[in-house]
Design a protein around this ligand. Structure first.
Ligand code: GAL
Length: 688
């Protein structure tokens, strides 16, 4: 459970009362009650209203908002308001402005223009948060703290003076000596040797590729610099209210922040999910991927879907709305995948400002005739019925590795070809999503004891310890599946010499001599040998198309399950399996299209003995199981346009398992099979 004060599924949204006359607030709380709203995030962009100048704070209106909420039984996730500093601040102290790689400042007038390293920003943010924490520590409405907002969202790099100073400090801390830095960065190349710390700059506009290790380190540093802001606020809040849980809202696969380092500093994770309705079924796959990531970042506690939209956003070139039923379906999907909170941006649609065309729980036209409002109210009622689910968890036996260092490294300039890291990870996630196999994300260095299968796509940059961790996982009986261009460089982006994939060479039983990316539209073919279940990939001889990347692989104990059929690569291994210790390690030296990859992964899952909860689920029906102290909650979500009939029977190790029980949403008792309406959801408390 996230908060003992609110043992329910959180339901509400960003509430920005400062945009409205106080007369509207009374209507707001009345409508919140009508919709079943139990929590709102307040104050996210209120800094300018809370502090008119450096010496004056204006808490009166905020007191009245919180009092009104409390009087109406609505709790608050109180935001620290530090995401958008007031204009007076940069007028008085221009050093708060962030500076881009060309040396140009970001000016106020939008939001998030502050430099994370500005001592002035830090001082004023700390002063605001200290007062806020003290003032509201005992307020009955306070249920959680929301630090800042989407750190790094619009501005994730600062090259100003304060940032450059802080960067040098960070480097001193990492390397200790200039010798060590010079060695790690490979500054013998292109006459880049540094003789004093003052010579070192952030990677700014340069005539050609800046030093790659400097670039990766700068990403690490910036992630840490923003994190320092977050922990600074957290420490202030925690000192005032040790029992109140603290979060900040993430954005799923967001490249600038190393989320593994971030998640351990907060009490519960939250994210903002805006899948594009224009992308069809890819939208729900993308949302599922973000939910699984946010849940995995802090496995021990449910997460909160902190923001989504009721209808349409305003920031894509074309902003399709969610058709009737989609908002409910996608909200319950978040719960199905581990969320204990479903919130929106925002409560009431703005009349002015840059987001007035962004959907909200209360639309411009009011509530009476509004489809959106009807759906908002119905969702509130549905979530109230799901109270028994609170605190339950998803038990995955499969994990996909995600490492921000690998992401930063693989996508730098000066690589052999383009690899889109997040898209590659998402492709693998999609397989498990479509097969309804529960999947977590993990750091490659994490404890892998919970898993039977670990998929490690494009782990280009891999620290030795993490490679050893993966090797141990296999030695103890795990199944590892990794892909081309993995293990190539160490944590300093230096090649691990002696044959790729470096420290993974032993566990994979092969080495890679060279590679070539393929041009857009170019393909090769892969010939699969006839295999049996024993080989892990069962099937007749077949030929499949591959693209994107080809490698020259030499076997050192591994067996080729498929070989390239064309070009200079012909005859060389394309897919290999290596028995290692008690387990097995697979290597895919190219990119297969989705159906072919699925066939391969089916075999790998069979080898690892992992599978879905239930057999023969109709297409477009998503299945998820949450469990707590023997209680089990089966979620069936129909993303298709037609009603689907689902047989409630277990599969694999769970064969014979029955899922009869009561549908918490309808109270209906269901037995052997159940119909899930188009865009419908069933949440069956199994065994009741
Ligand atoms: C989020 C942000 C909100 C709002 C929303 C619009 O990124 O946190 O403040 O801007 O997007 O979709």
């Amino acid at each position: 459970m996230i908060s003992a004060k609110l043992p329910k599924i959180f339901y509400g949204g960003d509430y920005n009362p400062e945009q409205w006359p106080e007369a509207v607030w009374a209507e707001d709380v009345k409508l919140m009650r009508e919709a079943g709203v139990n929590l709102v995030s307040v104050g996210i962009f209120s800094w300018a209203r809370l502090q008119p100048n450096e010496r004056t704070y204006d808490w009166g209106w905020f007191d009245r908002v919180l009092d009104l909420l409390a009087a109406n039984g609505i709790l608050a996730c109180v935001a620290t308001a530090t995401a958008s500093p007031p204009a007076w601040m940069s007028t008085k102290y221009p050093d708060v402005l962030a500076v881009d790689a060309e040396g140009k400042p970001y000016y106020p007038g939008a939001r998030q223009h502050y430099s994370p390293c500005s001592p002035t920003y830090r001082r004023l943010a700390a002063a605001l948060v200290t007062r806020m924490a003290k003032r509201y520590a005992k307020h009955p409405a306070l249920a959680a703290w929301h630090i800042n907002n989407e750190y790094g969202c619009h501005m994730s790099e600062c090259h100003g003076e304060a940032s450059t100073r802080a960067w040098r400090g960070w480097l001193k801390n990492r390397y200790g000596t200039l010798e060590a830095l010079n060695a790690a960065w490979g500054t013998a190349f292109w006459s880049q040797h540094y003789y004093s710390w003052e010579e070192i700059l952030t990677p700014r506009r340069a005539p050609y590729h800046p030093n790659p290790t400097q670039q990766v380190d700068f990403k690490r540093f910036m992630s840490d610099a923003f994190l320092e802001l977050c922990t600074m606020e957290r420490d202030i809040l925690r000192a005032a209210t040790p029992e109140v849980p603290i979060t900040t809202n993430f954005m799923g696969f967001f490249k600038p922040l190393d989320h593994w380092r971030w998640a351990r500093e907060i009490d519960f994770t939250a994210w903002d999910s805006y899948p594009d309705p224009a992308t069809g079924h890819a939208a729900e796959a993308a949302a599922a991927c973000g939910h699984d990531l946010t849940r995995s970042l802090k496995k021990e506690r449910p997460f909160v879907l902190m923001e989504q939209v009721t209808s349409q956003v305003n920031w894509r070139p074309t902003n399709l709305l969610k058709r009737p039923g989609v908002m409910r379906l996608w909200s319950l999907q978040a719960v199905a995948r581990g969320a204990d909170g479903v919130m929106f941006f925002q409560w009431r649609a703005s009349q002015g400002g840059a987001e007035k065309f962004h959907g909200a729980m209360v639309p411009h036209g009011g509530t009476a005739e509004s489809r959106v409002w009807r759906e908002v109210k119905a969702l509130g009622a549905d979530l109230a019925r799901l109270e028994p689910v609170v605190g339950s968890r998803i038990q995955a036996r499969v994990a996909i590795t995600v490492d921000w260092n690998a992401w930063w490294g693989v996508e730098l300039d000066s690589r052999p070809g383009r690899i889109n890291y997040a898209a590659t990870v998402a492709e693998f996630h999609r397989y498990f999503f479509e097969r309804n196999i529960a999947v977590d994300f993990v750091h490659p260095g994490a404890d892998l004891g919970d898993y039977d299968l670990v998929v490690a796509p494009a782990l280009y940059l891999l620290a030795k310890n993490d490679a050893v961790n993966l090797e141990k996982f296999v030695a103890r009986g795990g199944v590892l599946f990794t892909t081309y261009f993995s293990g190539v460089a160490d944590e300093n982006d230096r090649i691990v010499l002696g044959g790729y994939p470096g420290y993974l060479r032993r566990v994979l039983g092969l080495w890679v001599e060279e590679w070539s990316p393929m041009m857009e539209g170019e393909t090769n073919r892969v010939r699969f040998a006839k295999t049996t279940a024993k080989d892990g990939v069962k099937g007749p001889t077949r030929v499949a198309t591959c693209s994107h990347w080809c490698e020259v692989v030499h076997l050192e104990g591994a067996r080729a399950l498929a070989t390239f059929a064309e070009d200079f690569f012909a005859g060389g291994p394309a897919l290999t399996a290596n028995a290692f210790g008690q387990g097995a390690a697979y290597y895919l030296a190219t990119k297969l299209d989705a159906p072919e990859l699925a066939r391969v992964l089916d075999g790998v899952c069979a080898r690892a003995k992992v599978g879905p909860v239930m057999a023969s689920v109709p297409k477009d029906v998503e299945v998820s199981l949450r469990e707590r102290d023997g209680a089990r909650f089966l979620f069936l979500m129909n993303h298709g346009a037609k009603a689907a009939r689902v047989r409630l029977a277990g599969v694999g190790a769970g064969a014979g398992a029955k899922f009869a029980g009561v549908d918490l949403l309808t109270g209906e008792r269901v037995g052997r099979a159940v119909t899930v309406a188009a865009l419908g959801v069933r949440v069956i408390e199994v065994g009741t």
